[in-house]
Design a protein around this ligand. Structure first.
Ligand SMILES: Cc1ncc(COP(=O)(O)O)c(C=O)c1O
Length: 398
């Protein structure tokens, strides 16, 4: 322990993974736990994508190290997708494929951040952002949205947070953990602030692009003045239900793509070859399965909202994308069932896990200690049962 680096000592464990572990422990004792803590589609990868992977194995041509930034066919398919869906013009040279969007984000931060550089993070934020900034020896600067404005920090807050040390800005839209989606107007206001600071690079995390109920996905890089300053992060985990295949990518100015290529060449080499062949089929193939999954998430969102709104003390809003809701549960702080007192969101999650056997994640991990995250990537039956149990358990708190 003593011998470990300061770097790893400072790094927090992933709260979502820790909660999933606790839920697994209870399950192994035979307890029927409904897990709403992981950020993972409950659907299977669409059949035609599975078939492409099988075919790649059968062809026998993809067993060697792939090129570090990804196969040319995949980078071309990504470039075509960016043109088709996002009106963005990228050449394959500007694209780097990695082992998940998580690695894409890590690569980008490690290539851009010097010790002491500030990185502005829109909060609530995805758990790994702040830890990866710390790993790169940067300093996270948090700007927070509130439940009243659907958890969206504003362009004004961004302008006020910029200092001469600001090197980068990070956000996800649709957002994990809130499901918030920036509108075109909001995004344009953000772009206006940033385009006046040409030395600030934005990491625009668009991994939930295809799970968007607002009717429009806006890519920051496509807005005036932003192309040269934006690294678009995306991947296959969420829209194509491919979490285990581990594949994500960046589209960026050439100098950043080259740096990420160099970084990845030393750390992991290219991403899994068979998964890359499957990803070509995902991007070039029929999108019906992706659209159907998004429709199912929308139905579940409406169901979850209706049921949560029936719980006294639960404060909600309408998430416009992804598969999470992030209710404010601070009404329950200070209350007790005679045995357990709820003082914070951690206590709330443990109480709900131990008494209702439903796993959620504390908002603390996402920069909002008054909230909890509930993932609705679960069957309607499980969601109904889980929220029924939560309601019963919370009714015992006085
Ligand atoms: C906002 C956000 N970005 C990036 C990722 C990483 O995705 P992956 O590494 O599976 O591609 C996730 C996964 O939960 C996420 O929620």
């Amino acid at each position: 322990m003593e011998l470990l680096s300061d770097r790893i000592k400072k790094l927090e464990e992933s709260a979502t993974i820790a909660m999933a572990q606790k839920a697994r422990e209870l399950k192994s004792q035979g307890i029927d736990v409904i897990s709403l803590s992981l950020g993972e589609p409950d659907f299977k990868t669409p059949k035609h994508i599975q078939e492409a992977a099988k075919q790649a194995i059968d062809e026998g041509k993809y067993f060697s190290y792939p090129p570090v930034p990804g196969y040319p066919e995949l980078r071309q398919a990504i470039a075509d997708k960016l043109k088709r869906d996002n009106k963005l013009n990228y050449t394959p040279e500007q694209i780097v494929v990695s082992n998940g969007a998580k690695q894409s984000i890590a690569n980008t931060l490690l290539c851009l951040i010097n010790p002491g550089d500030e990185v502005i993070v829109f909060s609530p934020y995805w758990v790994s952002y702040v830890e990866l900034i710390k790993l790169a020896e940067g300093e996270p600067v948090i700007i927070s949205g509130s439940i009243e404005n659907n958890f969206k920090a504003t362009a004004e807050q961004l302008r006020a947070a910029i200092t001469p040390r600001t090197k980068a800005v990070m956000y996800s839209s649709p957002c994990n953990p809130t499901g918030a989606v920036f509108s075109r107007e909001e995004m344009e206001a953000i772009a206006k602030v940033l385009s006046a600071h040409k030395n600030i690079i934005v990491l625009a995390d668009e991994i939930y692009e295809y799970i968007n109920f607002s009717g429009e996905h806006v890519s920051l890089a496509a807005l005036p003045g932003m192309y040269e300053q934006t690294v678009t992060i995306n991947g296959f985990s969420k829209g194509f239900a491919m979490t285990g295949w581990r594949l994500g990518y960046i589209a960026a100015p050439v100098w950043i793509a080259k740096a990420c290529n160099k970084m990845q060449g030393q750390v992991t080499s290219g991403a899994n070859s068979i998964a890359q062949r499957a990803a070509v089929a995902a991007l070039n193939g029929d999108m019906t399965a992706t659209k159907d999954m998004a429709k199912a998430y929308l139905r579940r969102r409406d169901l979850v909202l209706k049921l949560l709104n029936e719980i006294p003390g639960m404060k909600t809003y309408v998430p416009n994308g992804a598969f999470y809701i992030f209710p404010d549960i601070s009404e329950f702080f200070g209350k007790s069932d005679g045995e357990t007192t709820i003082n914070n969101a951690d206590d709330f999650c443990l109480y709900v896990l131990n008494k209702a056997h439903v796993s959620l994640v504390t908002g603390d991990a996402f920069g909002a200690p008054e909230c909890v995250r509930l993932s609705f990537a679960a069957s309607e039956e499980d969601l109904k049962e889980a929220i029924h149990r939560i309601k019963e358990t919370l009714s015992k708190l006085k």
